[in-house]
Design a protein around this ligand. Sequence first.
Ligand code: PEP
Ligand code: MN
Length: 341
Amino acid sequence: MDIIVVKKSVTAKELRHIVRKLEGRGFKANISKGTERTVIGVIGDTSKITEDESNAFASMPGVEKIHRIIQPFRLASRDFKSQDSVIKIGKQAIGGKKIHIMAGPCAVENLPTLLKIGKEVKKAGATFIRGGAFKPRTSPYTFQGLGEEGLKYLAEVREKTGMPVVTEIMDPRDIDVLLKYTDVIQIGTRNMQNFRLLQEVGQYDIPIVLKRGLSATVKELLMAAEYIMAQGNDKVILCERGIRTFETATRNTLDLNAIPVLKSLSHLPVIVDPSHGAGHWRLVAPMSKAAIAAGADGLIIEVHTNPEEALSDGEQSLKPGKFTTLMKELKAVAKAVGREI
Ligand code: PEP
Ligand code: MN
């Protein structure tokens, strides 16, 4: 027994009684009040609950039915919440009709460049500024990011453009400094299964962009989301950013299947990163259009005013002109699938 659906007529007293009973058995209860129905997610090892016990719960006052979930993820599953989750970030909302485009450099390099990029992407229609201040680089000898200095620059761009900030966390010890400056925390592909990091960001009320691991299955991605949600933070945005396959023609293989698959298994918003997914700027526009057509709720795109000189990922970064053209094309694709940008 993993989910308890309660009756529309349930009283607060009945609800309290159910929760107390669950807690008495060593479980945590996560109550989700929807417009259609209210459900209680049972957190803990529910496999120990016998058929008899499950039936006893089913006959408690206020309970409509018990729903056993076969999926190992619970809070992230559509069974737990049938309606799409819409995550509010300032004046924006991700997961609704409007598609959001997060854009900016791979890494924050200096304030003038970031400001220039920020103003350009904002003008083109982006709604979030992205940029890494703590960079997970393959080589320890390459640019590692500006740290807190970079976060300050991002906050300054937010000040000047009104765009909320998305930036990556690599170490749980940096959480306090990140919270001072950012609106959305990104968990990068290399940290998707850094469980302590997931648990740490799960403690705070801040939206998380959770990127799919380099060789993680869809199920593993959802289990990673579960780690965050089990701590109480349900503001998780899933991000498909390409996976490792035998193919070497592109940096990664963007798994567009994952969009409708995730949407059917989970209520969480799904965004796509075509920049890392493809690894080359020429592929970013076609993959962006495909992602929107396939049902993505947003994109996260690398843009740089001078990609040749970029300190990281220049080869996959769009120049502002190309980004502006792409935004215009994306508006048409969004409209064709009943969305807007
Ligand atoms: C990034 O967004 O710059 C990044 C490092 O992404 P990923 O973790 O997907 O490689
Ligand atoms: Mn990058």
